[in-house]
Ligand binder design. Sequence first.
Ligand code: HEM
Length: 403
Amino acid sequence: MSKPSKRGRCAIVPVYAEDLYTEEAILDPYPHYRALRDLGPVVWLERHEVYALPRYAQVRAVLGDDETFRTGGGVSLNERYNELLRDSMFASDGERHTFLRGLVGHKLTPKALRPMRGRVEEAAVAAVERVIAQGSFDSVGDLARDMVMAIVPDFIGIPEEGREHLIDWAAANFNCHGPLNERAEAALAVSGRMAEYASRLVTERSPRPGGLAHCVLDAMDDGRVDREQAISLMIDYLVPSLDTTVTGLSSAIWLFSRHPDQWDLVRNDPSLVATAFNEVIRFETPVRQFGRRVARDTEIAGVPIPAGAQVLVMFASANRDERQWERPEVFDVTRNPVEHVGFGYGAHGCAGQGLARLEAQAVLKALAQRVTRFEVSGERRTVNNLMRAFDTLPTRVIQGVRP
Ligand code: HEM
């Protein structure tokens, strides 16, 4: 039970020997999460040399203390990717982070997004009617991706050319977050393509005025950021803005196909759509975990953690913690789990969650008005170091009006 940390200090902490990044563990992580939560609030992951935080209370506390638990040099489990993230907003801390987030963050506030609602709802109805007319379709490729691609690239304001690669490049960046396994190695080799694309956006000044990306050009033009920082900021928003929402939406359809009683509740009362989407993100948390670097000697739940160590903030495990949630293994759209950590929490809490919710709720609402049942078979999950997602979700729908 006693384990020396990377920095040589000895902490009394339970040890878990399993690799959390095998294909098997990625496809079904929940037994590992339960075992980790049962072991304690802090568990040393022998294979990955990191302190895991599998329980909700410590995840919230660490996310709320960004002075001690820093993203800089610590979000990814491998140093090569941490080094590549060095200039990013996502992996910056303190005043620098506040400044960088403020350059673009105002485009994503609820007030700023309000005028988009009508367009998003129209796009959702069009996407849903198109797949219903097809009869059988892939909820990932034909519905969730089409919807997100109809909204987000225009919102960011990027040109048509190159859009088709964004989701694959983002998936590669997500894979880079793992330990340096084969998946991360392969992804590191292609992660530069997103950077090349972002560099072209800046050089060619192609983002459209009024879009999110143009705020980055404006900040560069008036000297608030340099060119390298501008490229990095483009990547900060391009990477998480698409596949995360595609995943949330696909998981929603998968869950409703398996829990038709819950779909009936939503169809009967479409005002449940917002809480239902929250429950989807709690139950099938798309971003499983991120790391943090410990800035000074500290303690978590009485366990001494030395400066320089890394902790793994396990959003997906925290969202299933029996200590926090009643019957966490039950998918319940009436639960309204507003305090879930599926969008993170604190200084680095998801900057784009308002947009993600707007898109997902619009699609669920359009589906609730038209679809009685989802029949899913032959689905294939994605094997990714960070995301819990589907590659494909073959779906048939039964149409009908509300019960
Ligand atoms: C269902 C969809 C989404 C999920 C589940 C999700 C999840 C997350 C999580 C867990 C974090 C926290 C990272 C941390 O603590 O280190 C995060 C941060 C972030 N997200 Fe999202 N996200 C989603 C959609 C989006 C969208 C649509 C955008 C952009 C339009 C976006 C932009 C960002 C950015 C920029 C950050 C970094 C914030 C910072 O470091 O200050 N996300 N997201």
